[in-house]
Ligand binder design. Structure first.
Ligand code: ADP
Ligand code: MG
Length: 265
């Protein structure tokens, strides 16, 4: 059995995400040089690695903000970006891409809330416009999600009235409102003042405990160690090392991983 198969066997779940030899180039520069990994349902995988190693690009490929130049990604058994007709693959049209993307939440470094909408309106926008939920139902769900991220009393506030940590928690509630099967986090705490990082990590920790499948690009090695089932170390477009945090973070076998970890610590 391969390591991946062993891992899946250990967690006893079918993979929700399968990336196979994913390649991406910008001009003549190949920034993803064959990324292969699997994420089980309910698993939290963190991706660490130096700036420019391709972490964001990989997340953007999963969410179809970038197109692959090679390889394939499956989410929930569906091939991302393509439809199979007989034995041929057809590229999806925009509406089909939008449908696939709906099941994947994304939380960025910058929260990108709409400044002219209240916190509740920011959260209900997607469910009402895209999922066609009834406004009252979407509002109730938004309020419940705000309670869940500890912001029940801020439901009528505007983003400018909130701290960065509070805005990021709203962004997480907004992602959850779309009832995603998977949430991608791209350095969700990197833009925050240090004293606000903890409250966002706490919400992410609760989310992980609730069984959400998450891929988290982060420099917070403590979070990776305590919350994630596995950590992948990426460098120069490749996964150098992947495994349990106690191995990858505690006793990395690769020199590049060792150097990176001693630098971040
Ligand atoms: P990371 O998130 O690990 O810091 P990125 O995925 O953002 O890395 O970037 C990987 C490499 O791809 C970098 O060298 C970056 O400059 C390059 N890159 C990312 N996006 C683009 C783009 N749209 N056009 C050209 N180069 C890009
Ligand atoms: Mg990045």
């Amino acid at each position: 059995m391969t390591n991946e198969a062993l891992h899946l066997h250990a967690v006893g779940a079918e993979p929700l995400v399968v990336a196979a030899d994913v390649r991406k180039r910008f001009g003549s520069v190949e920034v993803l040089k064959g990324i292969s990994l699997q994420v089980a349902k309910g698993e939290v995988l963190s991706i660490i690695g130096p700036s420019g190693s391709g972490k964001s690009t990989f997340l953007r490929c999963i969410n179809q903000l970038e197109r692959l130049d090679g390889g394939a990604i499956f989410v929930g058994g569906e091939l991302i970006g393509y439809r199979r007709v007989g034995d041929k693959l057809h590229e999806l049209v925009d509406a089909e891409i939008a449908r696939q993307r709906r099941s994947i939440g994304m939380v960025f470094q910058r929260f990108n809330l709409f400044p002219h909408l209240t916190v509740t309106e920011n959260i209900t926008e997607g469910p009402v416009q895209v999922l066609r939920e009834r406004p009252g139902e979407a509002r109730d769900h938004a309020h419940a999600l705000l309670e869940r991220v500890g912001l029940g009393e801020k439901r009528d506030a505007y983003p400018s009235e909130l701290s960065g940590g509070q805005q990021q928690r709203v962004a997480i509630a907004r992602a959850l409102a779309m009832r995603p099967k998977l949430i991608l986090f791209d350095e969700p705490t990197s833009a925050l003042d240090p004293e606000l990082v903890g409250e966002v990590l706490t919400v992410m920790r609760d989310l992980a405990a609730s069984g959400m499948t998450m891929i988290v690009v982060t420099h917070e090695l403590g979070f990776a160690r305590d919350v994630c089932q596995r950590v992948a170390f990426m460098d120069r477009g490749q996964i150098v090392e992947i495994g349990e945090p106690r191995h990858v973070l505690g006793q990395p076998t690769q020199k590049r991983t060792q150097e990176f970890i001693s630098m971040v610590r």
